[in-house]
Write a protein of this length. Structure first.
Lengths: 559, 695
């Protein structure tokens, strides 16, 4: 064992390399989904495929990475790998997320020995499938969701396999963008392998490897210590997905968390069978949601790596909404995994009220607009991902406008969107009265109104919480549900399904209204100053103050 | 002004106000340090100048110029004491400032209690005007003047002290922002207005709003400060020139500082990087990582090709700022950083700091948490009797008790725990340096580490070794080095024209030349207005380029600075490809390359500083040994070390380690097997081989 000081020194170096890989990917990527939204992740593993460090991007993409790596290590032995190899895959049934999330992984070598892997995941604008953007709801089979790549070597000893890129290019609408983004992933991996080799040269292979082992043990220790501090017992909660985009029925996600000493068992067996539509959560994604929530509740500052996961047992029955069987479709999986997070937070709330939130937006609204630019005649795909409201907390309101659990996305600037795509964004704003009342208010939802400046544009999307509103906690009230409305306030206003695929006409206005979030604690306990400030800011109307807070609130002092 | 031959730099920091006084006839440099006066910082500025004049024996009427690094803007941001600002936006977008880019802070990845900073303008002071431009700047919705007038009325009613206007695509067409400003000025004649297209004419509406709002937020407070300071300086010194340092590392006139208050934020640390570049140039070092390690923060800057590097992608207090500023990366690590053991048993240092009150355990002011300063004291690296020139007596027993407590928790010896604290804080600092260098494709292995600030000299060698750098350099006057930087700044103004994304292969050369020429004319006029003659004005062209379809541009100077020709453009594109390859280890061959922005920077050449040198042939440094004491090193344990008095070392001498070189405001550690060469201007250069760490 190295000492706890050397371990920290190596840990910082590894985290820095992972961040550097992320920086390279964002800077060299093409699609706004990578460059602006930053829907990516980067990771470093040891030779066994255990995650030792990750970049500070989207946790949801990463926590499941070790499942992917298990597949990879079993498929490629060390003698089948050489420097400059890059393996790609997006198979949701082999540790993947959904078709649009492409994994790229490169073996790292030092003095000719395999020392580990560097990997990244990027959400692509297009990898084929029934609709541009690959985010249509209401799809029944994985085959319709795009090109499903098994683990293949795209680069062999540094040389791109043009037969494979040829296959990919033939399946997609914007090959220049997608191939450019894949090459950006490769650039990021090359940076990672180079820096890792340097780190090994600097400190020696034995020391770095020992430090990695120690780091995994250390995180495991922190997770076990944190679990031990929580009272033993079984805690249950449930949440619901509005529908699967095909059958109009609620889908239940049921959680049973058993804390037993320094271990935890998360049993999802009572969840509903897998859906006909694509709201199924792949097993990697289900694990990601569970890992994320446990780290957040148990000890949010432990270094997240495979060691943290050792004390965690997940029971997810095959054929259920949380572990579907092929050929089930999965693109809208975050509608399910976000509910796993929500239900777990509610189950654990009595144990750790300071480290949970009331119900948050509990979904990720992903929209893909695809068509041809009327000016250039070129195909375009505009993918927009939107977070939503965050639940109130034990000591503060949900943060308005800030992304919440699992994801760490950024929005796309209006001025970036309109320079590239034939749309005009007419409103991007907080929605007053959408945060659930409470001692601490749930955050407000966001609204984005998009006007189409091209005709015949496909509008693929998945969203949720249009029916089941975000819940309040400890007496807090519900947040507002979301909606997608075509041409609001006109005589042809139409409320659209949360998951679907439609064709839009020029001048159509699509108003995306995300769900808000629930309040924390009884509204009666809210400070009058906070109510008054919300009133003055127009975040809460007088009507709602009268209804939910009994008219409370004194005029705010001037700042 | 023939009888005025003194130039004074005044760098106001959080704790101290540093003064460097330079005699342009002799090159003599006088330094002084007084306490900052937070109530009214101008008191400390005047008091400090008096002290420096006193020390030098000079008269007030001999001062030709004051170069001032102000912390007024920085503090207003930290303490949130800036103006009450009204923001006017395009209809439908008043919340952009609050929504920002949605992103959770990195520290909040799993911690649900951590939020990003709140916006500087609350929602009720963010109002909307009916207007809209498209991406080309064409008017889609004409400005509804009544909506602006209504907003102005509300701003007046609320008593806002400054206004910012940020309309979508205003960087393409300023007509609506300008007309709205006229309407608001008519209603609120004495309220300063910041227009987004003027302060930051670049795309991305949130970042541009944030920049405009921050400028508005700081303008009144900066004006109040200058309204007080300027006449008091005039009264004390007579007709001297007052220049204000900007975050871009250049100085500017008081008039421009009033209009662009934002540019004064972080100007002190920027001065440190400018000083590093200057000191490097004196010694033929063009590639430098400059680090300023004080009590609570560690400021990292970069010098490439002899000049401090500038970014347009920066932030102040985690709020984005889209103007050219010196690329500074600030992390929470310093002498006061507290060491602690986390629940998994690992040792962490910082970011919590003991500050100066109560301070490290060894200050004896009630602090009992072990800090980096305590670790240095336990290991014999600090002199308890000569900290800050003996003005603070350190309590070594208290340091040993605090570190000893931690050692018990870690189940290791006292010295090993103290070494552990240093190794962890060093690893943090190394990570911070890597973030701004290695992470951006900059190979630091042929860089020099230039380390200053009170704690810089004790950590310099370890950091440089860990990063594989060629040498560690401790400049003269490390305690007031940033102030020295203020004396060597050029007056600087930046201009930018946003082109959108123009394909570089099909562009209209004459059109580009027209943009450059217009900005150059503006720059030359602004410099002339500040009193610079033609010979002292320099104009430099730069451009931001990117690969078509990508989002992020790289900024680089035009290799051919003359009138733009096809060959000059080709050279620029070639330089871009080379830089791209260096940054990202990859290049997309054959892809179209686009021009995004054209830039001109105008410089006005000021007098500079000539550090005093001695021509001594070197000789034996033994005469400068003032003491010997045991110092602890990794591997070697306690070793008897010579303690040198830096003031008694002469140019050309070589100090062989293990040794400590002490001076009033700092100390330098020369580890075993290393040696420090004393330069003629009394800097210390410690050359490094490729061996392992020396902690």
């Amino acid at each position: 064992m190295t000492d706890m000081i050397t371990m920290q020194v190596i840990r910082y170096a590894l985290e820095q390399i992972a961040d550097e890989m992320g920086y390279t990917l964002v800077r060299t990527g093409r699609s706004t989904i990578i460059t602006e939204i930053k829907d990516i992740s980067c990771v470093i593993t040891d030779a066994k495929g255990q995650t030792v460090a990750q970049a500070h991007h989207t946790p949801s993409l990463l926590a499941g990475f070790e499942i992917t790596m298990r597949e990879l290590v079993s498929k490629f032995s060390a003698d089948n790998l050489s420097p400059g190899d890059v393996i790609i895959t997006n198979d949701p049934y082999k540790g993947g997320q959904h078709i649009m999330d492409l994994y790229a992984i490169a073996p790292a070598f030092h003095d000719g020995e395999l020392i580990g892997f560097v990997g990244n995941i990027a959400h692509h604008s297009d990898l084929g499938g029934v609709a541009a953007g690959g985010v249509a709801g209401g799809i029944r089979e994985i085959y319709l969701e795009g090109l499903r790549l098994p683990m293949v070597k795209l680069y062999k000893a540094g040389v791109e396999d043009e037969e494979i890129t040829g296959i990919i290019a033939n399946q997609i609408r914007v090959p220049d963008k997608t191939l450019g983004d894949i090459r950006a992933q490769v650039a990021s991996l090359m940076v990672g392998t180079d820096r890792l080799d340097r780190l090994y040269t600097r400190h020696g292979a034995n020391l770095v490897q020992q430090a990695c082992d120690d780091l995994l043990d250390y995180s495991e220790r922190r997770m076990r210590k944190g679990l031990e501090a929580l009272p033993d017992g079984t805690y249950e909660a449930e949440d619901f997905i509005d529908d699967d985009g095909i059958v109009d029925e609620l889908i239940r996600v049921a959680i049973k968390v058993t804390i037993a000493g320094d271990r935890v068992i998360v049993d999802l067996s009572d969840s509903d069978p897998q859906a006909q539509g694509n709201t199924n959560s792949t097993i990697a994604n289900t694990h990601a949601a569970i890992y994320y929530t446990l780290i957040a509740v148990v000890d949010p500052h432990m270094p997240p790596n495979s060691g943290c996961y050792r004390p965690i047992e997940v029971i997810a029955k095959p054929g259920t909404i949380v572990n579907p069987l092929p050929p089930g479709a999965v693109a809208a999986r975050t509608n399910c995994s976000a509910k796993i997070v929500e239900a777990m937070l509610f189950a654990l709330a009595p144990l750790a009220p300071d480290r949970v939130t009331a119900g948050s937006h509990g979904q990720i609204t992903t929209c893909g607009f695809g068509g041809r630019d009327p000016e250039t005649g070129e195909p375009f795909i505009y993918t927009d991902i939107q977070g939503g409201g965050n639940g109130g907390r034990a000591h503060s309101d949900g943060a308005d406008g800030q992304d919440g659990h699992l994801a760490r996305f950024m929005n796309t600037p209006v001025e970036a969107v309109e320079q590239r795509f034939p749309v005009r964004i007419e409103r991007y704003a907080l929605i007053p009265d959408s945060g659930g009342a409470g001692k601490y208010r749930g955050s407000l939802a966001l609204q984005r109104d998009i006007r189409l400046l091209a005709d015949g544009v496909s509008f693929a999307r998945y969203s949720d919480r249009h029916k089941v509103a975000p819940k309040g906690l400890f007496g807090g009230l519900e947040g507002a549900p979301g909606a997608i409305i075509r041409n609001p306030d006109s005589n042809h206003e139409e409320r659209m399904a949360s998951k679907g695929l439609d064709t839009l006409a020029q001048d159509d206005l699509i108003s995306i209204r995300l769900p808000g979030a629930g309040g924390f604690g009884s509204p009666g306990e809210r400070m009058p100053e906070a109510i008054a400030a919300d009133l003055r800011d127009g975040k809460v109307s007088q009507e709602v103050v009268d209804r939910d807070y009994g008219g409370g609130g004194t005029p705010a002092a001037d700042e | 002004m023939t009888d005025r031959y003194l130039r004074a730099a005044v760098d106001v920091g959080g704790t101290f106000t540093d003064i460097a006084l330079s005699d342009v006839r002799t090159g003599r440099l006088i330094s002084a340090k007084v306490l900052t006066t937070p109530g009214n910082r101008a008191d400390g500025v005047l008091g400090g100048i008096d002290v420096a004049l006193d020390v030098s024996g000079a008269k007030p009427e001999e001062v030709a110029e004051i170069v001032h690094g102000s912390t007024t803007g920085t503090n207003a941001l930290i303490e949130r004491t800036g103006a009450k600002v009204g923001l006017l936006t395009t209809e439908g977008f008043r919340d952009v400032l609050e929504i920002g880019r949605c992103m959770r802070p990195m520290e909040g990845l799993y911690d649900v209690t951590i939020d990003r900073p709140l916006p500087l303008v609350p929602r009720y002071l963010r109002l909307e005007a009916r207007e809209r431009l498209d991406a080309q700047g064409q008017v889609v919705q004409p400005l509804d003047e009544a909506s602006v007038a209504a907003a102005a009325e509300l701003f007046a009613l609320e008593g806002v002290e400054a206004v910012a206007i940020c309309f979508l695509f205003a960087f393409r067409n300023a007509v609506h922002e300008e007309r709205a400003a006229e309407i608001i000025t008519a209603a609120l004649p004495n309220v300063p207005i910041t227009l987004s297209h003027q302060i930051s004419p670049e795309y991305r509406e949130y970042e541009r709003s944030s920049t405009a709002v921050m400028n508005a937020y700081l303008t009144p407070i900066m004006n109040t400060y200058l309204d007080d300071l300027e006449p008091r300086l005039q009264a004390r010194l007579g007709p001297s020139r007052l220049s204000i340092i900007q975050a871009n590392g250049g100085s500017t006139s008081v008039e421009i500082a009033r209009a662009k208050a934002l540019t004064t934020v972080n100007s002190g640390p920027a001065g440190g990087v400018v000083a590093a570049a200057f000191y490097g140039r004196r010694h033929g070092r063009k590639r430098i990582v400059s680090v300023d390690m004080g009590g609570t923060s560690f400021d990292i800057g970069l010098v490439e090709d002899g000049a401090s590097t500038v970014t347009t992608d920066g932030a102040f207090q985690d709020l984005p700022v889209k103007i050219p500023i010196i690329d500074l990366h600030i992390i929470g690590a310093g002498g006061g950083s507290i060491a602690w053991q986390d629940p998994g048993g690992a040792l962490n240092v910082g970011p919590r700091s003991a500050g100066s009150d109560p301070g490290p355990a060894c200050y004896g002011r009630g602090g009992n948490a072990p800090t980096v300063t305590d670790a240095n004291l336990v290991l014999g690296r600090l002199n308890p009797e000569y900290f800050n020139g003996g003005r603070i007596k350190l309590d070594a027993d208290a340091a040993r008790a605090a570190v000893g407590e931690l050692a018990k928790e870690l189940d290791m010896g006292l010295e090993d725990a103290a070494l552990g604290i240093l190794r962890v804080v060093n690893a943090n600092m190394v990570k911070g340096i890597a973030t701004v260098t290695i992470q951006r494709g900059i190979d630091v292995r042929d860089f020099s580490l230039l380390s200053f600030g009170g704690a810089g000299g004790l950590h310099a060698v370890d950091l440089a070794v860990e990063l594989g750098m060629v040498e560690a350099v401790i400049p003269p006057l490390p305690g007031i080095f940033s102030a020295v930087g203020l004396l060597v700044t050029e007056t600087r103004q930046d201009y930018v024209t946003a082109l959108g994304n123009v394909d570089s292969s099909s562009t209209d050369l004459d059109g580009l030349e027209t943009h450059f020429a217009r900005m150059e004319a503006e720059g030359a006029a602004d410099m002339a207005a500040q009193g610079f003659g033609q010979d002292d004005i320099e104009l430099r062209r730069a451009a931001d380029l990117k690969i078509a379809g990508q989002t992020y541009e790289l900024s680089l100077p035009l290799p051919d600075q003359g009138t733009l020709t096809q060959a000059g453009l080709s050279a620029l594109i070639e330089a871009f490809s080379a830089l791209y390859r260096e940054r990202y280890a990859f290049f997309f061959e054959g892809e179209p390359i686009e021009l995004v922005n054209l830039r001109v920077t105008a410089f006005g050449r000021n007098a500079t500083v000539d550090l005093p040198e001695d021509e001594s042939p070197g000789g034996d440094p033994a005469g400068a040994i003032k003491d010997r004491r045991p110092v602890y090193f990794e591997g070697a344990g306690w070793v008897e070390c010579a303690i040198y008095d830096r003031d008694r070392l002469a140019g050309g001498m070589i100090v062989t380690g293990p040794a400590i070189i002490e001076e009033e405001t700092s100390a330098t550690l020369v580890s075993p097997k290393r040696s420090a060469e004393v330069t003629a201007d009394h800097g210390l250069i410690i050359a490094l081989g490729q061996e392992g760490s020396s902690t």
